[in-house]
Design a protein around this ligand. Sequence first.
Ligand SMILES: Nc1nc2c(c(=O)[nH]1)N[C@H]1C(S)=C(S)[C@@H](COP(=O)(O)OP(=O)(O)OC[C@H]3O[C@@H](n4cnc5c(=O)[nH]c(N)nc54)[C@H](O)[C@@H]3O)O[C@H]1N2
Ligand SMILES: Nc1nc2c(c(=O)[nH]1)N[C@H]1C(S)=C(S)[C@@H](COP(=O)(O)OP(=O)(O)OC[C@H]3O[C@@H](n4cnc5c(=O)[nH]c(N)nc54)[C@H](O)[C@@H]3O)O[C@H]1N2
Ligand code: SF4
Ligand SMILES: [Mo]
Length: 719
Amino acid sequence: MQENHYGTCPLCESECGIEITVENNEIVSIKGDKSNPFSKGNICPKAVSLIDLYNDPDRLRYPVRRTERGWERIDWKDAFDEIGEKINDIRRCYGKDAVALFLGNPNVHYHGNLLYLGFLLRALNTKNRYSSSSLDQLPLMMTCHMMFGHQILFPVPDIDRTDYFIIIGGNPAISGGSIMTTGGAIQRIKNIRQRNGTVVVIDPVFTKTASLANRHYFIRPGTDAFLVAAMVNTVFEEDLCKLGRLNTFLDGAETVREAVQPFTAETVSKITGISANDIRTITREFCAAQKAVCYGRIGTCVQEHGTVTTWLIIVLNTLTGNMDRSGGSMFTTPALDLVGFTALAGEKGWFGRHRTRVSGLPDFSGDFPVVALPEEILTPGEGKIRALISIAGNPVISAPNGRLMDEALGQLDYMVAIDWYINETSRHAHIILPPTTILEHHNFTMMTNLAGVRNFAAYSKPILAKQPGTLDNWEIILELTARFLANPLLRFAVRFLKPEFILNFLLRFGPHGSGLKIWRSGLTLAKVAEAEHGIDLGPLVPRLPERLFTKNKRISLAPEMLVKALNELKTVIEENAPKRPDGLNLLLISRRNLLSNNSWFHNFRRMHTPANRCTLMVHPSDAKAKQIKSGNMVRVVSGTGNITLEAEVTDSIMPGVVCMPHGWGHNLPGVKLSVALENPGVNINDIIDNHRFDFSGTAVFSGVPVRIEKITLNVEHRT
Ligand SMILES: Nc1nc2c(c(=O)[nH]1)N[C@H]1C(S)=C(S)[C@@H](COP(=O)(O)OP(=O)(O)OC[C@H]3O[C@@H](n4cnc5c(=O)[nH]c(N)nc54)[C@H](O)[C@@H]3O)O[C@H]1N2
Ligand SMILES: Nc1nc2c(c(=O)[nH]1)N[C@H]1C(S)=C(S)[C@@H](COP(=O)(O)OP(=O)(O)OC[C@H]3O[C@@H](n4cnc5c(=O)[nH]c(N)nc54)[C@H](O)[C@@H]3O)O[C@H]1N2
Ligand code: SF4
Ligand SMILES: [Mo]
């Protein structure tokens, strides 16, 4: 007999509702859940691969230990005992900072991980924590910390009600949307146009999102700070500023006015590649719209001036009165208030409390920049990292200078990976601990709380029975925590903490919760679980100034550090172009593909396409200069190294820019991803410099100076 179950796809931030049809503990189909009030049946093809993950023969079903004879199965207990012993030995001999943690992207998608990692961090008490945040959204976290007083109080575009939507450096039609949980981004963007709104995309590539927009402008990679500064300047110059009620709880507008003065539409035009006329037109239209919002995402973060750009986008929304109002940039009123609870725990964010040992890079809220991890492992001396625990991450592929990261991980005295696969990173581990897969555990809509375009909550039960002797992510994290705790009482007590207990507590005492009273009509975990399609908690509502966490409960529009960083950009205006190394005439950027998920989706045959997806997009004019045609092999050379891949000549890309996907390059010795190895692709990060980072410490993936050359097949064989 077939049964339908309902759940959430946690593969990306979109958190789409899914309908899973099961027969005899086997999944027959995965479809969009039409009754889910948030995503309304929208999904992307990746959701179906939840089955492939479960069935993948390469997926580890039990812990393994690396031995001279190869990988060998090991009992969970023996694995935890060995890890406890080795890591504690290293801590005893070399100090607690000799053990580092790397936390990868999927951690944010599971309540179990998010709720338990804090315990592990406290038990290890190491300064050396690294995460994919400094490969991604750190500029936004830093800006939110400085402007609103809390690192994860994210402004979210109210895309369902806006009349004018500017997207800079984001491609939600492919990515599903990020720091904007949409559950169906494509439909929501289409809806804007259907209600006669305007969508403008600013991107060095004519993307799928651009194809949905009214207008698209090419921008030279890494120059968005100049563009947005000029937009803000235009607002002042043309007297379009309308702060309204925001004026009563905001400081720094005058400082911003002065700081952006040198950045006129005319002065930045040559730098950005967008005409002064276009810059002024977009700004005027934005200001004239009743409700408008400018949204920047990873393209605006992982670049040289990521934090300045991110800040200026928020400034633009604020000065035009679009902050915290319907159709503008808003804040969630979440079921589970991570912002509020972390504030109570004193985790609102900080910058530069600690410094890395080798280069003295500052931490952000306890996270050191990933760009510093290799040198912290490779540089001898006191305080060197000797052991690493990597949880749901693949830094060999995802971090800049992948080859150096690979070399560094190979030098560790001891490494543990919590992962399903023996991949580019986990192959360096001494022990790999595989958790249960997504359909075998509970899922709660974590990202919706932080960045939902509506307030919404859903909690789904495991669809497939958990196999005996397997552990969920949180159980592994908890067991490791217990091994590192010195206090036996804590070691005993921590094992009784169930995620459902914590989740229920947080929901009850969240903004929609029932509190202590069982008869009140608010949320409890049981109520959320009962609503199999999730619970709609209404549209975003104005939250300021109450929601601010700054000491004076005011928005800090002009944080000193950001104004200073903007001032430093004046020299670029004077020179009329950013500096670039000799001979590297092109700028490299990355892209996402609908059927890939960062580095870990290439082992599912269903996600394969006949056409090669790991190609280098080159504009016809750049291709002509080097006699390159689509299908030719090209070498891409940067200051860090070179890689060879197939060219795809297309006028969808701006002249002077080349673009390839990240997440490829699987053919490293020892990788056990049999399907991915059939078409391994190459790793873009092998040629990206880990010495280039934004002042928040975020890696610069966009706007990497490179040159390209055509190579013949003979040469290819020799290289
Ligand atoms: N299918 C799929 N979905 C994913 C992922 C995936 O790997 N595959 N990854 C997930 C993750 S971890 C994240 S963080 C999100 C990211 O979500 P998005 O931010 O939407 O990510 P991208 O699709 O990479 O879009 C970034 C866009 O920025 C453009 N860009 C690059 N450099 C610049 C620049 O200097 N200036 C401007 N203006 N634009 C620039 C690129 O051309 C690209 O179109 O996606 C998530 N969703
Ligand atoms: N050049 C370039 N580099 C980039 C980017 C870019 O746009 N361009 N994007 C950056 C971004 S936005 C991000 S977020 C990072 C991602 O960087 P990472 O987080 O390091 O990389 P992922 O590829 O997401 O790797 C996730 C790993 O976790 C495993 N995994 C998946 N789910 C689970 C789970 O539930 N539990 C456990 N234990 N393991 C799991 C997978 O097998 C995989 O090994 O990459 C960054 N790197
Ligand atoms: S868009 Fe994201 S959440 Fe939605 S089905 Fe695709 S991968 Fe899953
Ligand atoms: Mo990301």
